[in-house]
Ligand binder design. Structure first.
Ligand SMILES: [Cu+2]
Length: 512
């Protein structure tokens, strides 16, 4: 652990919050976000003779009921719901996207003006939308410093030239991203393709997106974001809310038929990792990861999902007619599925083979980068700063992969946290993880391994865009830098870390 002197204690002073366990369970139906429709068709920036769908989404403040027995909660979001409406687009169908901020001029969550990009000289309310998992040109990627203020719009171009997968869109504004997403600025973005269509997976009303996220609520049912004991520096290292919401409700229920359902799970939390299972150890199948379908379904009874990760599941309720099934995070109840009694015909399939995945050979890599994940603490061992490769956001770009080449990124994590590391633009495969001696590394920056390399778990052995870099381990990923040249970012997806320097620009450079 690195120690920096001269910092006060960023100890969270806990305000009185609502105990979610006092709320009645399963009194609200699970909300299903609406599907976004294009507002018009317009000439493509790539080819003016082609008309493409033009979507417009407004970012605004609104009130929303998180539970039957709570008063409406002030949120910020897209349209008037959190999660925002779901995009449902075809692979290869490019779209134009206007993100229009009609948010208020003042923020309602505690800004820390010491964080880079969030100084007192900056507008309080700044937003920029990133399509997480999208293979998107740099100018449409939502660079953290290219934010808009209320009254402004950003016009982006999403080519959607990638395999079927569930991506998500969310705010990425420098220094306040954790607050903007906590306020509700996110939603799902589904890309489909003909390969996936041919598999005949459960679809339509039998395909349910589940965005899971945690919050603290005041006794009046309003969002509470914890603060440190320093009024001028309210940043806290991590937020784990005690109220867990699914699609914006606490303890919702969903009425289902006794048949197969496809559940598309997104962890939209700031910092919480979920350990999902059904009460009674019900088995289910995982069919996909962040970036689409696995090679074959994996039978599971429990599953870990880190912030920003997505898992694609098929659950067969046919053996549970008339039952009430509970989806939980460890001991905590998330939601209920009420399985109806009537017999139904299920014409959907769960094929034994999904999408073939070729392993990228290590020999294809032209460059290997060793990159550390660093945490700095004060005298009482409280985290006060996180860096990637001991480098601040403002320092010159050090990672410059060449377009159409492959690299291995070796993430060295000497901290005691698991950090979900996300690279924009690309998809990648996890090679392995390997334990190393932390003391040797901290003393000499030398890697001394103390165990064999361990392959990724089956549930993460598909295409990924976010990888859990576990504490005391080196995590290796192999990445083909495909798509576009330009400036992107990579960062930890624990949003408190990301906002406090655990984010770096990187640049994909065109081949000479
Ligand atoms: Cu982190």
């Amino acid at each position: 652990m690195n120690q920096l002197p001269g910092f006060a204690h960023p100890l969270a002073a806990q305000a009185a919050t609502l105990d979610p366990n006092t709320l009645a369970k399963f009194v609200d139906p699970l909300p299903i976000p609406a599907i976004v429709q294009p507002s018009r068709y317009q000439a493509s920036p790539a080819d003016a003779t082609v008309k493409i769908p033009y979507y417009r989404q407004v970012l605004r403040s609104f009130e929303m009921k998180l539970h039957r027995d709570l008063p409406p909660t002030r949120m910020w979001g897209f349209g008037a719901t959190c999660p925002g409406p779901t995009f449902d687009v075809r692979s290869g169908q490019e779209i134009l996207m206007e993100w229009a901020s009609e948010l208020p001029q003042k923020h309602f969550l505690p800004i820390d003006h010491h964080l880079d990009g969030a100084g007192k000289d900056q507008p309080e309310v700044r937003t920029v939308v990133h399509l997480h998992g999208g293979k998107v040109p740099a100018e449409s990627d939502g660079y953290p410093e290219e934010w808009s203020v209320p009254g402004q719009s950003a016009l982006y171009h999403y080519p959607n030239k990638q395999d079927a997968a569930m991506l998500w869109y969310h705010d990425h504004a420098m220094g306040i991203n954790r607050l903007n997403i906590y306020a509700g600025l996110f939603g799902a973005f589904i890309i489909r393709d003909s390969f996936e269509d041919a598999l005949n997976l459960p679809a339509g009303k039998y395909e349910i997106p589940l965005a899971i996220f945690d919050r603290f609520l005041t006794p009046q049912g309003q969002l509470y974001y914890p603060v440190s004991d320093r009024a001028d520096a309210p940043w806290v290292p991590e937020v784990f809310g005690d109220a867990m919401l699914v699609n914006g409700k606490i303890f919702p229920y969903l009425e289902v038929e006794p048949r197969k359902y496809r559940l598309r799970v997104l962890n939209a939390s700031n910092a919480r990792f979920y350990h999902l299972s059904f009460a009674g150890d019900v088995s289910f199948s995982q069919i996909g990861t962040d970036q689409g379908l696995l090679a074959a379904p994996i039978p599971l009874t429990e599953l870990m999902v880190a912030p920003a990760e997505r898992v694609d599941l098929v659950v067969d309720f046919s053996a549970h007619r008339g039952e009430q099934m509970i989806l939980k995070n460890e001991a905590f109840v998330l939601m209920q599925f009420r399985v109806s009694r009537e017999k139904v015909k299920d014409s959907s399939s769960l094929p034994a083979a999904l999408r073939p995945m070729q392993k990228i050979p290590e020999s294809e890599a032209v460059q290997t980068r060793e990159l550390s994940l660093d945490q700095y603490v004060n005298r009482v061992a409280e985290p006060i700063l996180m860096l990637l490769n001991a480098t601040y956001w403002r320092q010159p770009i050090t990672e410059k992969p060449v377009l159409h080449t492959t690299e291995i990124w070796t993430l060295v994590n000497p901290t005691d946290d698991s950090h979900p590391i996300h690279l924009h633009l690309v998809r990648f495969q996890i090679l392995d993880r390997r334990r190393f001696e932390i003391s040797t590394y901290m003393g000499k920056r030398e890697l001394k391994f103390v165990g064999p390399p361990v392959p990724p778990e089956p549930s993460e052995a598909g295409w990924k865009d976010t990888v859990r870099a576990h504490p005391g381990m080196v995590t290796r990923i192999i990445v083909r830098f495909e798509g576009y040249a330009g400036r992107y970012v990579w960062h930890c997806h624990i949003l408190e870390h990301e906002d406090n320097e655990m984010m770096r620009p990187y640049e994909v450079v065109a081949q000479k």
